[in-house]
Design a protein. Structure first.
Length: 308
């Protein structure tokens, strides 16, 4: 029970400190008169994906590659199915045409590059693969700079407070370390698969910023955010975070091929729903469809990792 309590508290602190850190880092960058695009492309691009990045780094350092992989794949599936699905069920919203024309295809392109690289390297990604993934991430964002979908905070460019930046960074590191350590301990103590904990505890917990940002944006009819935050986060997770993690420890994806197929299928489903939706809208019907896909994913993982 203590481990579960510590995980919940550390996840909350991880998410909250990430929000403060990004706001302060953005304010600092603006203070030095750095352009909006550079801020969006670097500092703000980390945005809602900082919890995934921190937890993934500590998972990789401790050599728990299953937790690294399940956290990233799980976060992307959670973003598309659970978060977008829940929002669509309660809020019939319209997405921008540029998401359909540019940002969703960018996610598909990233997945295709990831698949090609994984197959070429026998699904065992090392630092060379990491350099390739990060290079593709940078290239895709430069090519799509006019369609920047990585804005994540309506409080950006607030007053810069150095102490607040330092404190939030300390909390980010400490809470991330505690969270990963407790999840590993929980896995060992209760003999629960790390993959299951990565998919349904760590991934959902670190995806809370995406849920909060997307929900507020849609409720406020903020067309500049739409589902762009989710798409940008998924792109960042798949290319940058996985790429960065390979510098710490090689990642073996051979046991996650079906999961990658599932993620690819879900991305196609989101694209399909966006096209068939009336005027690029996501209604309750599309939301239920995405939640059903998430249920299928849950059942599959339970059957594979829990049920003997």
């Amino acid at each position: 029970m203590l481990s579960i309590f510590l995980i919940i508290i550390s996840l909350f602190l991880l998410v909250k400190s990430a929000e403060i850190f990004i706001d302060q880092a953005s304010a600092l960058a603006k203070k030095f008169k750095i352009s909006d695009f550079i801020i969006g492309f670097t500092v703000v691009a980390f945005g809602t994906s900082i919890p995934e990045l921190i937890s993934t780094i500590f998972s990789a350092i401790s050599g728990h590659s299953q937790l690294v992989i399940s956290n990233i794949i799980g976060s992307n599936i959670t973003n598309f199915c659970l978060i977008l699905g829940v929002i669509a069920v309660f809020n019939n919203f319209q997405i921008r045409k540029r998401e359909v024309d540019i940002n969703i295809p960018l996610n598909m392109a990233a997945l295709m590059v990831f698949w090609a690289l994984s197959v070429y390297m026998g699904f065992n990604l090392n630092w060379a693969a990491g350099i390739s993934l990060i290079s593709v991430f940078i290239l895709l964002n430069i090519l799509s700079k006019d369609y920047n979908h990585l804005q994540i905070s309506h409080k950006i460019y607030q007053e810069f407070k150095p102490l607040l930046l330092i404190i939030s960074l300390v909390f980010l590191i400490v809470s991330g370390k505690v969270c990963v350590d407790q999840i590993i301990e929980l896995s060992v103590h209760f003999k629960i698969s790390e993959t299951i904990l990565g998919y349904f505890l760590l991934a959902i917990g670190t995806s809370l910023p995406e849920l909060a940002t997307a929900w507020l944006a849609i409720k406020r009819h903020n067309k500049e955010l739409g589902i762009g935050n989710i798409l940008g986060s998924n792109l960042f997770n798949l290319l940058f975070i996985i790429g960065f993690s390979t510098f710490i420890h090689p990642l073996d994806f051979s046991g996650f091929k079906v999961d990658l197929f599932f993620l690819t299928g879900i991305t196609l489903a989101v694209y399909f729903y966006a096209i068939i939706g009336k005027k690029y809208s996501f209604s309750r019907k599309e939301g239920i469809g995405l939640l059903f896909l998430y249920l299928v994913f849950v059942i599959f993982q339970a059957t594979r990792n829990i049920i003997p």
